[in-house]
Design a protein around this ligand. Structure first.
Ligand SMILES: *Cc1c(COP(=O)(O)O)cnc(C)c1O
Length: 463
């Protein structure tokens, strides 16, 4: 089944006509465990709770809008990925999905590694005690300062993204008297999103070095010739919110073919391959993501089979899930403000946040679910569009959903699966104060990223 909207935007998918929505759910009070964090339930008085604390108490203590992250669920998902891939593989959490020092500590404790793609993410990771050798540094335009910092702090690998960067990283490493472990990011000609992938000869995008026209082989040649670099493997990342493993299959086949060519030309078998991230999660009840153990099994089988065919030793595999770990573990809590019924169309429900705390709907046409969480209701379902308070008609949080018809200002509603790419992409548009992230665990709630204040805004504005 195709979906009405696409996380990577309408250009990437078979988009159903605008205004498409599935019918109302049979029970508006139900919480689908696929889209809500593990410990989310409705208590006997009808209020939703997470980590043993009800959302009315949370709203009172921390205000709205706010993100609440289920720490037990985060740790469980991180552990599931770690366990699924085992000792012969590495799981790098993609920090860009959501990074804070508490999260870094959870990852460290659960045995995961970490991907960063900026000096800011690197500093956050190091300051929370992630060992540098468990950090991978990504990016298509790393600055000289970022590369210098990464190498001198001893990051485990830098993923090289261009010919210029090969030389630049080698030069900086040598001048620091170091030999930097690197991978080369290649574009394999696979564009994978959600339910479909397109295999093409060339890729028209800014990341990586193309496989098709021999560019990647040339990059390997240059990297192997430079003293400052220790080339440990090839990296490929094919898309986002992917449910279908077929794209990974094509990518792995093409990367293994390159490994075989490298062996034939240089007599070296590179020891690692990284297949990137991009695994999908359930934003609505229509999504059916795979479990980490199923993904690990599929990827291991693909790589093993391709390597056997090419008579190569199977390299150490690494993966880089971001969304699939943090996405489902958090929800955004909003207070309902104005409610505007448009006859024959839908009802616009305004909340106290919007595109400043969740840009994905505006940016990618992403789909979300929403529920009334401060009480139960037996009222009829009404078709709503949940919108923010920003000066922009595209300021939509949930395009099409159903809420009870007796919804009233002051009710609390929550949007699940906002752990990834929401706080990390949050903005100050209209001088909004970015919401806090509160970790909830076993009856305790703790702010891990505090709410911005007007003082924070004025501190940057030097007048
Ligand atoms: C964004 C990104 C990821 C993580 O993607 P998810 O969709 O969050 O799993 C992993 N690796 C690279 C190189 C990325 O750019």
């Amino acid at each position: 089944m195709s979906r009405s909207a696409h996380p990577a935007g309408p250009r990437h998918a078979d988009v159903l006509p605008e205004g498409h929505y599935t019918g109302p759910p049979t029970d508006l009070n139900a919480l689908d465990s696929k889209v809500w964090a593990q410990t989310v339930t409705r208590t006997t008085d009808g209020v939703v709770s997470v980590g043993g604390i009800d959302v009315k108490k949370l709203a009172e203590e921390f205000g709205t809008p706010a993100y609440f992250i289920d720490e037990a669920d985060f740790r469980a998902r991180a552990r599931a990925w770690r366990t699924a891939f085992g000792e012969d593989a590495d799981v790098f959490y993609a920090g860009k999905a959501f990074l804070s020092r508490a999260v870094v500590r959870w990852l460290h404790e659960e045995g995961l590694n970490l991907d960063v793609c900026s000096g800011g993410e690197l500093t956050t990771a190091l300051s929370a005690g992630m060992p540098a050798d468990r950090i991978a540094f990504h990016g298509n335009n790393k600055s000289t300062e970022e590369i210098t910092e990464a190498i001198s702090r001893g990051v485990g690998r830098i993923v090289l993204d261009s010919f210029q960067e090969i030389v630049r990283v080698a030069h900086i490493a040598e001048s620091l008297g170091k030999r930097q472990r690197v991978q080369i990011r290649v574009t394999v000609g696979v564009e994978a999103h959600t339910h479909e992938f397109i295999a093409t000869a060339h890729e028209d995008q800014k990341f990586g070095i193309g496989l098709a026209d021999g560019q990647a082989a040339e990059a390997v040649r240059r990297a192997l010739a430079l003293n400052g670099l220790e080339l440990i493997g090839i990296h490929s990342h094919i898309g986002s919110q992917i449910f279908d493993m077929a794209g990974f299959e094509v990518a792995a086949r093409r990367v293994v073919k390159l490994l075989a060519e490298i062996r034939d030309e240089h007599g070296v078998e590179l020891p690692e391959i990284d297949l990137g991230g991009g695994l999908g999660i359930a934003y609505t009840s229509e999504d059916d993501p795979s479990e980490p153990h199923e993904i690990a099994k599929a990827l291991n089988e693909i790589v093993t089979r391709e390597c056997e065919a090419a008579k190569l030793r199977t390299p150490r595999i690494s993966v880089e899930p971001g969304r699939a770990i943090v996405g489902p573990t958090a929800f955004t809590l909003y207070e309902v403000g104005t409610i505007k019924p448009l006859d024959g169309l839908r009802t616009y429900v305004s909340v106290d946040g919007g595109m400043s705390d969740n840009i994905r709907t505006a940016l990618y046409d992403a789909e979300y679910s929403v529920a009334l969480v401060s009480r139960v209701s037996e009222a009829e379902p009404m078709l709503v569009r949940v919108v923010g308070k920003h000066c922009e008609s595209g300021d939509i949080v949930v395009r099409d959903a159903f809420l009870p018809a007796d919804l009233a200002p002051g009710d609390l509603i929550a949007v699940p699966a906002t752990g990834a790419y929401c706080r990390s992409m949050a903005s100050n548009y209209n001088h909004a104060l970015r919401p806090p992230v509160v970790a909830v665990h076993d009856g305790e709630a703790r702010v891990i990223v505090r709410r911005e204040t007007e003082e924070d805004l004025l501190r940057l504005d030097v007048g």
